[in-house]
Design a protein around this ligand. Structure first.
Ligand SMILES: Nc1nc2c(ncn2[C@@H]2O[C@H](COP(=O)(O)OP(=O)(O)OP(=O)(O)O)[C@@H](O)[C@H]2O)c(=O)[nH]1
Ligand SMILES: [Mg+2]
Length: 345
């Protein structure tokens, strides 16, 4: 099981102070107490979002404080409330108190909210302390502090992009280049024996999860090589990136490789074979015959498939590819939520 984790500090805003004031008006001798209450501090609120699918944004921003309440004012004016601080978490996030380990909340639906740290109450102004025997109270309270605590967020990762292809085409090298995943990389087939997940950070708001799985070969669905058992790890992805070695190292034809892998996917099921796909020509730095790439390019153009040529070693084309994967995921997500709306209406 692949789990993304983040430890975050949350603090509700402090309440504003209640103040000490007396009314001073012309023609009103000995005006009564008029110190207003402080405003409530804002809450820190976690909200489940469909735009987020990892917790990586908290790694750069682990601390959140909500705004404090304003102090009260004369003429019985209550201070303004502090604004809430909203934090987006992916659906599926589980929230724990980091100190006690207690499970506090489990986000299951988009838009769901959980108050992670309550703001402090505002202090009462002296106007509130007037009684029949004490009509000029001088007592007034400071604001109450906002709640503060450390939380641990946990999310079971589901991959957004699945890397498929023959062994040795550079799938693990690519994931190690674009994420913090550090799978074993070696110049022989079947280096990867277990799937690896990596989180790709695009910018503050966007990230996605890539799954690197063992390579496939012809006959994989009959159990050749490591078989197709690992394909179930990418059955729920939205997008496949199909890596094809463009260098001469494999001795195979790139277009031929494409068909072999598509065949294996089809044998597993139409769902997998029908998934949106971006074709990635890999190891182009080691390519000496440009004709190999040209052949693949012509084929992809004919099939209406998007092709990116990259070298995971030199980094050429890699950034462009990660951005395109992000854009494509956004498009697919928008389409999917459009369809959900149609079904709902
Ligand atoms: N020249 C060059 N070599 C690369 C590139 N990407 C990967 N390699 C090399 O190709 C070999 C295989 O890379 P891996 O990333 O392990 O390939 P894989 O697709 O994960 O292979 P399996 O796990 O066996 O399916 C390694 O020796 C890498 O160093 C590249 O862009 N250029
Ligand atoms: Mg590998």
């Amino acid at each position: 099981m692949f789990i993304d984790e983040a430890r975050i500090y949350v603090k509700g805003g402090d309440g504003g102070n209640g103040i000490l004031a007396f009314r001073r008006e012309k023609y009103v001798p000995r005006g009564g107490p008029s110190g207003g209450d402080g405003g409530r501090g804002g809450d820190v609120v976690l909200e489940a979002s469909q735009q987020h699918n990892t917790l990586i944004h908290f790694r750069y921003n682990p601390e959140t404080k909500a705004e404090r309440g304003r102090h009260g004012e004369g003429s019985n004016r209550t201070g303004r409330e502090g604004a809430n601080a909203m934090l987006a978490v992916p659906v599926g996030t589980v929230v724990y108190d980091d100190r006690t380990g207690e499970k506090l909340h489990d986000f299951t639906t988009p838009g769901e909210r959980f108050i992670a740290a309550r703001g402090g109450r505002g202090g009462r102004g002296n106007a509130r302390f007037a009684t029949s025997t004490n009509q000029a109270p001088r007592r007034h309270e400071p604001g109450f502090p906002g709640e503060e605590r450390w939380l641990r967020l946990e999310l079971k990762l589901l991959a957004d992009v699945g890397l498929v292809g023959f062994p040795n085409v550079g799938k693990s090298t690519l994931i190690s280049r674009i994420s913090a995943a550090r799978p074993k990389i070696a110049d022989y087939p079947f280096t990867t024996l277990e799937p690896n997940l990596g989180v790709v950070r695009v910018d503050d708001a966007r990230s996605y999860v890539v799954a690197d799985i063992p390579g496939l070969i012809e006959g994989a669905h009959h159990g050749a090589g490591l078989g197709t058992q690992f394909l179930r790890h990418i059955e729920r992805t939205r997008l496949l990136a199909h890596l094809i070695d463009a260098s001469e190292a494999s001795g195979r034809d790139p277009v031929g490789d494409f068909h072999v892998i598509m065949n294996e996917l089809r044998e597993v099921g139409e769902v997998l074979a029908g998934k949106p796909m971006i074709v990635v020509a890999s190891r182009v730095d080691a390519m000496t015959e440009a004709a190999r790439l040209d052949g693949l390019r012509a084929f992809c153009a004919e099939q209406g498939l998007e092709l990116h040529a990259i070298s995971a070693v030199t980094g050429a084309g890699v950034e462009r590819l990660t951005l395109r994967l992000a854009e494509k995921l956004d498009e697919l997500r928008a389409q999917a939520s459009g369809q959900e709306e149609k079904v709902a209406s």
